[in-house]
Design a protein around this ligand. Structure first.
Ligand code: ZN
Length: 195
């Protein structure tokens, strides 16, 4: 296998890239500016050592706790629960939310062997047990797995003294949060419904 073939085979394993686009990128890099290629290679190589998960919320961050958990101007009484760390970016872009977050690391999916124990639910319960939180917004994806997870969390939170709400409908059913447009997401945050 040549170096070019190897690169194409690596690139084609990336999400959203097929063999064809992988080839296009590889040939582009072959002709691209050397400094650009070096910068790209370095940032990929260093990614996993410089970016960690926040020990409180699970957000990707270079500093622990992350800037959101550290931001004293944010509303510490609300925690928005999301499936993936990238969902935080999506919600931040709406500019509608000033509370804290908690990343579950996925959703309950028995077929894939993902039960509540595989998710960061215990750490969420610990944060709530520490006190000061009076609302939990469940922003899992509008999918079967996301709904199952929301119901599970709702049950777990029933005996705690917190209001539990779910993002209002209007989000594309079956889709991922990250594909929702900003306006729809902002609206569903505002009109979230108590569970
Ligand atoms: Zn954090």
């Amino acid at each position: 296998m040549t170096g070019l073939d190897r690169l194409i085979s690596y690139l084609s394993r990336l999400p959203g890239l097929g063999k064809k686009s992988a080839g296009r990128i590889a040939f582009y890099l072959l002709k691209a500016d050397g400094e650009f290629v070096q910068g790209l290679a370095d940032s990929i190589a260093r990614l996993q050592e410089t970016i960690k998960q926040c020990s409180i919320c699970g957000n990707y961050t270079e500093q622990d706790p992350c800037p959101i958990c550290n931001d004293i101007s944010r509303d510490r009484r609300i925690i928005c629960v999301v499936e993936q760390a990238q969902d935080i970016n999506t919600i931040e872009q709406t500019g509608e939310y000033r509370g804290l977050y908690h990343v579950l690391g996925g959703a309950i999916n028995p077929l894939d062997g993902i039960g509540p124990d595989s998710l960061a639910i215990e750490s969420l319960m610990r944060r709530i047990a520490e006190g000061g939180v009076n609302e939990v917004i469940i922003a899992t994806n509008p999918t079967v797995e996301g709904d199952t997870t929301a119901l599970y969390l709702h049950r777990m939170l029933a005996e705690r003294n917190v209001a539990v709400s779910r993002l209002a409908s209007g989000l594309p059913v079956g889709g991922d949060l990250e594909y929702a447009d900003r306006t729809t997401l902002a609206r569903s945050l505002k009109s979230r419904t108590e569970m």
